[in-house]
Design a protein around this ligand. Structure first.
Ligand code: GDP
Length: 360
């Protein structure tokens, strides 16, 4: 599943952030599974194109692409050695496709820091270390079995090699996501071990609202995690924004010099980190964004709507969102030669507005 796992030390603002995310429940009606598990939240990918498309087609509803977040509790210092609830967090985090670490960078003396001082660099290292130790344990546990199997099955040899190289890299304090490519480690060989540090990472820095416009401060934090992506927000402000009517929310954002809620940025960056993009469909019933991996072909994209669409795929009528808006209507776009007929080898582009033709 395409879920982003939220981790972080205690008291950094995870629950505040998660609650704000899940209160943003515009999707509840469209995605009823959104509320099945208390630690899972499904939110809509903010997309300015959808309301415009909806207006053009007079659509009854607008359905954004869903992005799932799961609150992963219990990843604390020493978790790999049994502290807190020990490795209980592993089951949850294994299912996540990307890991989002919330890092405290706000100074409030009333909120206790578990390590006694606010230090983003130390906190990031603490969490990384736990994830690395968990992976090392997984590999150490699996290696004797893998080596035994390698004696009987040739194809296991590459896995043993990759596992040993991975353990060596992890021992130096580097994650597999950060260092495997450079070290020539074939992480694909390790898929069945479900290692945590192979997942893409992104970071949310929970900062004081006064710092949101302090470029030097934000650059310092960004440098701690580059090339991973960093999002900055004041989780407390975000949780207030969510309860306000739209115009008051906009005023509050303006008063702190922000264009949009930090949550929106987080959802977008998370979506990108997962390697996803969207194409659009439009009609009187709904205007909707559909999630596909970057590089998906037209039949694969059709299959996201229904597997029959992929099986019976004939062709797709496609216009880019920008061309459609420039033309003003679909018939004008056709008259201008902007609507293309694409076959089964076409690679989908973000923002394609699509009408699939298929046999049933
Ligand atoms: P968690 O343990 O990581 O889930 O942290 P919580 O979300 O429960 O937050 C811990 C405490 O910090 C709570 O009292 C929050 O109100 C407070 N808090 C969270 N985010 C912020 C923030 O951005 N600024 C300030 N000043 N306090 C915050």
């Amino acid at each position: 599943s395409l879920t982003i796992g939220i981790v972080g030390l205690p008291n950094v603002g995870k629950s505040t952030l998660f609650n704000a995310l899940t209160k943003n429940d515009v999707l509840a009606a469209n995605y009823p599974f959104a509320t099945i598990e208390p630690n899972v939240g499904v939110v809509g990918l903010p997309d300015d194109r959808l309301p415009k498309l909806g207006a053009l087609y007079d659509s009854q509803k607008i359905v954004p692409a869903p992005v799932s977040f799961v609150d992963i509790a219990g990843l604390v210092r020493g978790a790999s050695k049994g502290q807190g609830r020990g490795n209980a967090f592993l089951a949850n985090i294994r299912d996540a496709s990307a890991i989002c670490q919330v890092v405290r960078a706000f100074s409030d003396p009333n909120v206790v820091h578990v390590d006694g001082k606010v230090s983003p660099a130390d906190d990031i290292e603490t969490i990384n270390t736990e994830l690395i130790l968990a992976d090392l344990q997984t590999i150490e546990k699996a290696l004797p079995r893998l080596e035994k199997e390698a004696k009987l099955r040739k194809d296991r040899a590459a896995m043993v090699t990759a596992a040993k190289a991975a353990a060596e890299l992890l021992d130096t304090g580097v994650t597999l996501y950060g260092g495997a490519a450079a070290a020539g480690i074939e992480v694909d060989q390790l898929r069945e071990l479900h290692l945590l540090t192979t997942k893409p990472f992104l970071y949310v820095f929970n900062v004081d609202e006064e710092e949101l416009n302090n470029a030097a401060f934000l650059d310092e934090l960004r440098a701690l995690v580059a090339p991973a992506e960093a999002v900055f927000m004041d989780a407390k402000v975000e949780s207030e924004l969510i309860d306000l009517p739209e115009d008051e929310a906009r005023e509050l954002l303006e008063s702190i010099g922000q264009q949009e809620p930090g949550l929106n940025q987080l959802i977008r960056v998370g979506f990108r980190t997962l390697g996803l993009q969207t194409y659009l469909t439009a009609g009187p019933k709904e205007s909707r964004a559909w999630t596909i991996p970057v590089g998906a072909t037209a039949p694969e994209a059709a299959g996201v709507i229904h597997s029959d669409f992929q099986r019976g795929f004939i062709k797709a009528e496609i216009v880019s969102f920008d061309d459609l808006m420039t033309a003003g209507t679909m018939s004008a776009a056709k008259a201008a030669g902007k609507v293309r007929i694409e076959g089964k080898d076409y690679t989908m582009q973000d923002g394609d507005v699509v009408d699939f033709r298929f046999n049933v």
